[in-house]
Write a protein that binds this ligand. Structure first.
Ligand code: PHE
Length: 344
């Protein structure tokens, strides 16, 4: 082979460049992705390509030939570089289009409806009871479930000997200075005392909340819910109590609902009563109530000679069971949502 460049070596690098120049266009055209094209670029014009090899060997070319040989190398490199750049532009557009096609959103597809949840029946009942009293001008308050024996019992005029204080009735917490000082509240009534300590009369407040007793059967759960009510002013009478609670019963169970008040006993009210309502052909006990016992006023710093008022407390589970004819309280806490879904 006659050398035109005087480059030594087994094969004339310029011949290699001719081979490269002939083969590169096909190689570049058949690169199917940008990554492929990077590989083609590496073997055609990259560091280990015939171009790089030719440039390295340029030093061995006689000086007079060097400009011509150098130009020839550059021409091939430029020509191949241009082809690679053009192909890169085409491939980049193709890949972008493929990505857009793959990520396309079909805005004409129907939406996916989220599964509709429901407020728990107990919460519904509490919300509804609270709403009825709010419509009468009552405010809403809440208090601690871990309560002191003072608020739960003493302030509510339940002396140390009261049977409700016994361990078989109450969950005591291993907390506080003395044994049996902190407990899970057995009713929402301690909020009567807490609220009166913080507010001067007139007071009209309802307190929905969770309460605890050591009870378990078809009508009792160890955790249940009450709504407490308290109205204190200078001239509130038992007639106000009856009118308010009768109004509540008619709002909650319907305008035809009849009510009656039977004498009862609670240490924190005097006189005390149970309100029964006539529903589904029978009389049902709905709640406990009474005129606030003056002893309670003394515990909270109210003057018993200046104020009068009434209080009431009702169980949310009981209201729900009466209204919907639910026989077993435990079905309210059944984790199978199909039961509760009936009461949307
Ligand atoms: N706290 C009483 C109970 O849990 C209910 C009640 C509240 C009675 C307020 C009278 C006045 O049984």
């Amino acid at each position: 082979m006659t050398s035109t460049t005087n480059l030594p070596g087994p094969m004339d690098p310029l011949d290699q460049l001719e081979t490269l120049r002939a083969a590169a266009p096909d190689q570049i055209a058949s690169a199917a992705s940008l990554a492929d094209l990077d590989d083609v670029e590496a073997v055609t014009v990259g560091k280990r390509s015939p171009i790089a090899e030719a440039r390295r060997r340029l030093a061995t070319v006689p000086t007079e030939n060097r400009p011509a040989v150098g130009k020839a190398i550059n021409d091939v490199a430029k020509e191949i570089g241009r082809l690679i750049d053009d192909r890169r532009t085409v491939l980049a557009i193709e890949e972008q289009n493929a990505l857009l096609a793959a990520e396309a959103v079909d805005v004409t597809l129907p939406g996916r409806r989220p599964k509709r949840g429901t407020t728990h029946l107990i919460q519904q009942v509490m919300d509804e009871v609270v709403d009825i009293f709010v419509s009468l001008g009552y405010t809403v308050a809440s208090g601690p479930e871990a309560e002191t024996e003072f608020y739960n019992f003493t302030a509510m005029n339940m002396p140390n000997t009261h049977p409700a204080r016994l361990e078989q009735d109450t969950f005591y917490l291993d907390y506080g200075e003395n044994p049996e000082e902190i407990l899970l509240r057995t009713h929402t009534s301690p909020m009567q005392a807490r609220y009166m300590e913080e507010h001067r009369p007139p007071v009209h407040v309802v307190v929905p909340g969770r309460v605890y007793r050591r009870d378990y059967d078809s009508t009792h759960m160890p955790v249940f819910h009450q709504i407490e009510g308290l109205a204190v002013d200078t001239d509130i009478t038992f007639q106000d109590l009856k009118g308010t609670l009768d109004y509540f019963a008619k709002e909650f169970f319907g305008p035809e609902t009849e009510t009656k008040f039977l004498p009862s006993y609670f240490p924190f009210t005097e006189p005390s009563a149970e309100m029964h309502a006539y529903a589904d052909g029978r009389w049902l006990e709905l709640l406990g109530c009474g005129m606030v016992n003056p002893a309670v006023y003394e515990h909270v710093g109210y003057d018993p000679d200046e104020v009068t008022g009434f209080a009431f407390g009702m169980g949310a589970e009981r209201l729900a069971m009466v209204r919907h004819g639910i026989k077993d309280i435990r079905s309210l806490y059944d984790p199978d949502v199909r039961g509760l879904e009936q009461y949307r």
